[in-house]
Ligand binder design. Sequence first.
Ligand SMILES: [Zn+2]
Length: 389
Amino acid sequence: MEVNVVQILAAMNHTTINVSRYCAVVAALIIYTFSCYYTSTAQTNPNFNVQLRMDYAAAERSVALYQDEYINTRSLAELRGNRVAAATTATIDNEQTQLNELARYFDSLWYHQIIQNDIYHLESSRKNVAAIHELLQEMQRRNFSMRVAATVEQIFPSDAAIDVSIPVYVVALGHENVDAYVRRIIWHDNIPQFTGENTGELTIIINLAHAANYGPSVASRYESILNIVAHEVFHAAFSAYKEHSSSWQSFYKHHREPIDALLDLTQNEGIAYYLSFEKRGNVPPERNSIIADAFTRFNNNATELLSEALTSNRANELLRKANLSGASDNYGAIAGMIMAQQIDMHLGRAALIQTLSTDPYDFINKYSDVACFDDLLPKIAKKILEKIK
Ligand SMILES: [Zn+2]
């Protein structure tokens, strides 16, 4: 799901944002020694229109500044990407910043003055400018937007009609722990207003200054950013798909209990994580304690959501913890990813795609069918199966 301010602040307790939430899941799976690969197929469905409106201006001109070229610092600070990056950094750091403060930071950097409290990490970005520049050129050269769209398209039914256009701002400054994130924004002239889930335009921001530190090579850094963005774009495309799907509209009309929200999240996050990694492997999941623990929590919490004594506060807490950063507060996402993986491996890609066009009950049931025939796979609790049969 999207990262809002509350999630950003909550995530900081776990040292990173969105991306690290993602990394927590990576860590859970590294033990698997899965081979990750990407299908780099081009888009084939003419009705699948997912477009990323790439805006590289902030990153390009920041790189020029870091290379000591003359840049108008005020107009650099006023670029939309930098406006969003600066405001998000201030929110995370709990700083009260003025609108034109970033321009003053740029000026100090340009004059090589010592920057006190370098919240945007400009000095370290300048030191790292060669790697940032290399990654920026890689993104532009390898048609990032089309690769993301093709990666997401392969998980949708071949007749899915989806129209999504998402602005992506590529920047080269910001909080040290944040490399890609989602905000919802309404622009007032050039000033961003950050909004909640159902208003504002879904917007992705990529901070190359942080992403340039990833992995051993520019190719692996490019893939890392692609993973993160594909995850978020999948959510956007899935939500657009649901709006025009009669089975989803019927599901949302008739299934409004807290357990339904958990199962919906489990499928949505599970497939998003699975898609962005494409893992294959044979190691039985229960040998990994993180995955076994995620399923235990999933079963216990889902059962509690079905209890008559459930309060709305407790329901909110259980749902919130299903997809936070940190392995222990990520049970829905991790369990969902393993479910998606097992459905794909044992029933085939068509079966996994079919769950997208039906509902979360189908997704959980399909996994349960697979788990029935494999003693080593974690099982779904009986109470949940009774609820969704
Ligand atoms: Zn997600």
